[in-house]
Design a protein around this ligand. Sequence first.
Ligand SMILES: Nc1nc2c(ncn2[C@@H]2O[C@H](COP(=O)(O)OP(=O)(O)OP(=O)(O)O)[C@@H](O)[C@H]2O)c(=O)[nH]1
Length: 407
Amino acid sequence: MTSTNLHNPLPSGSDISLPWHLRLPRPLEKDFRLYFRASVIKIAPLALVMLAILLVLAVCVEYLIDPAVIAVSWRPRLLTLMLIVGTLILMRKPAWHVWLHPASLLLAFGIAFTGDYLGMAIEHPLSYTFFLQTPVAILLICIVLRVPFYAALSSSLIMIGALGVCTHISQHEPFAAMTLLLLTLALGSMSLFGQYVYERLLRQHFLSEHVLYQHRNELHSANIVLESQATIDGLTGCINRRGMESRLNHLYHQLNSKTPDAPRRISLLLFDIDFFKQYNDTYGHPAGDECLKRVSSVPLSMVQNETDFVARYGGEEFVIVLTNSSFNDALVFAERMRNRIEQLGLPHSGSRVSQVVTISVGVSCSDGPAENGAELLKMADEALYQAKGAGRNRVAQMSHEGQVLML
Ligand SMILES: Nc1nc2c(ncn2[C@@H]2O[C@H](COP(=O)(O)OP(=O)(O)OP(=O)(O)O)[C@@H](O)[C@H]2O)c(=O)[nH]1
């Protein structure tokens, strides 16, 4: 395999590049909106409370300068306060968060337009300063409430346009009006530039996280495939010895720690084909392989419980682990399996106990003295050894008292 054939699981630079106009592919764009909104929700309530305090302070200053101003300004001020409270209420429920950006824009327009109105309606030498509410509104949507860049840009242009018209038709000195407009333009363009840079960084961050997440998922799936390949016996399709040991240890760990999904009991059946060496010698190794497949298909078809399994322990030795069956049921299972394998009728002229392939089985159970999987296996092995010694083609059990009994 050449290096170009190898799949590189790490994201490449082209995976996370972002166009100048910031747009992401459609499905990602949708996810980004949620991500973007979530980044604002954390800071917005505090920002809105501060804005409400500023509003109250502004009213106090207006009163100190000239109490007559309040007579004109209280309605616009009340409207702005209501918009702030409305936006704060929207934060309370996640289902309403979708309205956060429209509400922020509405609030900004409220601030800018009430400023324009007050700047024109109030006759006072300082009333042109009300027009400063427009740059405040632009700062609010760009720096504080962080409305998406294009919405912020178009809204700012409308607000600046309205400011230009209002300063033009108001009775204020042209120099003051022009200074205000230029100041607003300078502050607005800097805020918008900052918002563009911020959103670009946020999108880049979102994209990198997305690409990493995808690659992590791919690696995870590949690991699952590799893990299952590493624990399956290629010839019979049973779990291999490594897989068996890890599953058995896991089950025993659950049993000992008494977790809610722990098995009540574990029964272990260890079986071995009788005179398999002679089978190979008589029929050849490929036929021996075929025999192993046929024999193992019997317990594989009998196991039903999700946590039960059949494993190839060694050459012609197999393990069946049954969870939650009583010891008696496990013995019945073993005898039925022995019988079904005999009933397969695979000719075995080299066997000294039968004309067909037979097995010997040793059975042990976790109700006895075994404290872990290895000890349970040792007990079943001892029973199997005795079954062989007693003439083969039979089932032997290791009793809870540690005695081997023939069935
Ligand atoms: N065809 C084939 N044979 C295998 C495989 N793995 C192990 N064997 C053979 O299985 C035989 C096991 O022989 P023994 O351990 O002597 O056991 P046995 O002949 O079955 O005798 P008893 O267990 O005492 O009845 C050996 O000849 C191994 O070569 C395999 O994957 N395929």
